[in-house]
Write a protein that binds this ligand. Structure first.
Ligand code: CAO
Length: 554
């Protein structure tokens, strides 16, 4: 089969142009006129077409090179047989690719060899510490490596710190011994089962940990590091931040004709795509990554807050800088997760809010009478434990509030437990730790546990398990102020109780107005699961329970 040069054609008057994108690789099959390179002059970018159909055997230019009319930029075999060629040269090029694959396979094999099997060495042995279960999370970024090679550690010493959407967690060492190779880096996303750290572990009655010289061959470990065995496929970087940019009206888009054509075919708006090419140029990969990220978000039902998706009109942002100075800052992970959760709940749940005032005059005198007891116990009794107890009783009496809806299976999931989330305002965003089995706990226990969880939330010390499994949520703004509000249901729960600030009000007792301390309650509920009459029953019951706390004992 004949080999043919690929030359730069007439550039329409431009003298020297810069290669800004190479669109094919060795071994690619192309049709006549398929774009091979994109070049850019002062005035325009142009794609250089293939002179015929066939297979690319060589590309002799790279991004940044300057070319002019007549320059040879590559070679191809005419014929268009994509399924490999018996031509010597072509086979040679193909062999190069095969070699790469073989080398990769070997490297994977080596990585496989470095997998866990403990290696004995005198009175000590080698262990590869793996990532333990992360309470249902995976692909969690490593934010800190707490040890260095050669460090001596005890059981439970922190090896690395990871941060999920809602919390930071330390991964403890399961052994005492000496740290060998660290197999992850800061920023890596890790999941259960991934190789984390190599260690030399002292066996009972054994010697001191082996010295550096006794470590296994550096090569093998190096292979392990670059491609740790069993490492789950890394997802592409969070697409929303990697490829998405709010559109800037009037901004110039840098993209070649093939990229523009691809974007048109996908219906992708180029002004929203961040280019990773030279001078911010948008490449085909950027379009593909953007489309993929949009699809993933739609399929997960999580759209970028305000960013449209699932048929929801996009909120177009104006160029705010035209109105005055602005600054942009990245959202924290908690803020971004909360924004998405709120939007998901708001869009999926038909919300109604039922209001009620509870007379807590007697409850408050009882609570205040516990001050001295509280000081002894080191626990502060706030109104929250009473609210938790009253809600647990109401959930048990009106179990239609203790459900989740499975719309796909057309089923109602009824829960036989009563776990309640409490919304906690923290400097880094809203967190909702969960108190388990509220119905089985006393007021002091609830006071202590809610204070401890709220503090952990503020210190970013909550474990994922401490934020999961709630049946219902209480959000209390009573310590701050306000007369009522309409909280958003923390779906898949079906109701949430908002609590505002108690105030003295004149209450008619049939003869006179009496000054009573009234606590405003705002119960938002999912109207698919709960009907209005039940919501009124729920708030009335809460009001009765808080009005006469003796009934909480019954
Ligand atoms: N009416 C009047 N006073 C109230 C009250 C109410 N409903 N609720 C609490 N208080 C009082 C407490 O008694 C305490 O007063 P004293 O110090 O005089 O006893 C003071 O307000 C502060 O209480 P607190 O807020 O420290 O304790 P808490 O147990 O009531 O609440 C917590 C704990 C975690 C719920 C709260 O700190 C918090 O973070 N609230 C904000 C929740 C939030 O942001 N919700 C919005 C979510 S949706 O955007």
């Amino acid at each position: 089969m004949s080999e043919q040069e690929i030359k730069v054609p007439d550039l329409g008057g431009a003298d020297e142009v810069e290669v800004i994108e190479v669109l094919v690789s060795q071994g690619d099959s192309v049709e006549e006129e398929d774009p091979i390179l994109t070049v850019e002059s002062d005035k325009a970018s142009v794609e250089l077409p293939s002179p015929g159909a066939g297979k690319i055997t060589k590309i002799t230019v790279k991004v940044g090179d300057k070319v002019k009319e007549g320059d040879v930029v590559g070679m191809m075999e005419a014929g268009g047989d994509a399924g490999g060629s018996d031509d010597d040269k072509g086979t040679g090029e193909q062999a190069g690719t095969d070699k790469d694959q073989e080398a990769k396979a070997q490297s994977e094999d080596k990585a496989e060899e470095t997998k866990p099997a403990p290696k004995k060495s005198g009175g000590s042995r080698k262990e590869t510490v793996k990532v333990p279960p992360l309470d249902g999370f995976d692909n969690v970024p490593v934010i800190e490596i707490n040890v260095s090679e050669g460090d001596e550690v005890e059981v439970d010493d922190a090896l690395v710190t990871v941060e999920s959407d809602k919390a930071t967690m330390e991964i403890p060492s399961p052994f005492a011994g000496k740290i060998g190779k660290i197999l992850v880096s800061e920023g890596d996303k890790i999941s259960e089962g991934l190789d984390l750290v190599e260690m030399t572990v002292v066996e009972e009655g054994g010697e001191e940990p082996a010295s550096e010289a006794e470590e296994p061959s550096g090569d093998a470990r190096q292979e392990g590091k670059s491609e740790p065995a069993g490492k789950p496929e890394e997802p592409k970087p969070a697409p929303a931040s990697a490829t998405y940019e709010p559109p800037t009206p009037g901004a110039k888009v840098h993209a070649g004709p093939a990229v523009r054509k691809l974007a048109r075919e996908f219906g992708a708006d180029l002004t929203r795509i961040k280019g990773s090419g030279p001078k911010g140029r948008i490449l085909k990969d950027d379009v593909q990554a953007y489309v993929k990220s949009q699809l993933q978000q739609t399929q997960q039902g999580s759209t970028v807050a305000g960013g449209g998706g699932a048929g929801i009109p996009v909120v177009k942002l104006p160029d705010f800088s035209q109105f005055g100075d602005i600054e942009r800052e990245s959202m924290s992970r908690v803020m971004f997760a909360t924004a998405n959760n709120m939007q998901r709940s708001w869009l999926n749940v038909p919300h109604v809010t039922q209001f009620e005032d509870a007379d807590i005059t007697d409850m408050e005198s009882f609570r205040k009478a516990q001050k001295a007891a509280g000081e002894k116990k080191g626990v502060k009794m706030t109104p929250l434990p009473f609210l938790l107890k009253a809600c647990a009783t109401a959930l048990a009496e009106l179990p239609q509030f203790n459900v989740s809806l499975d719309m796909e299976r057309k089923e109602v999931v009824r829960k036989q437990y009563i776990h309640i989330g409490i919304a906690v305002d923290t400097p880094h965003g809203l967190m909702v730790p969960v108190i388990r089995d509220v119905d089985k706990k006393g007021l002091w226990e609830l006071a202590a546990e809610s204070a401890e969880l709220a503090q952990k939330a503020r210190d970013k010390q909550l474990k994922p398990a401490e934020m999961q499994g709630a049946c219902f949520t209480i959000t209390s703004l009573g310590g701050i102020g306000g007369t009522a509000f309409t909280p958003i249901v923390n779906t898949p729960e079906v109701a949430i109780l908002g609590v505002s600030k108690a105030a003295m009000k004149p209450v008619w007792d049939g003869k006179d107005f009496q000054p009573r301390l009234m606590l405003p309650l705002s119960l938002s509920y999912d109207h698919r699961a709960v009907n209005g009459a039940d919501a009124a029953r729920f708030t009335t019951l809460l009001s009765q329970l808080l009005g006469d706390i003796r009934s909480l004992l019954l």
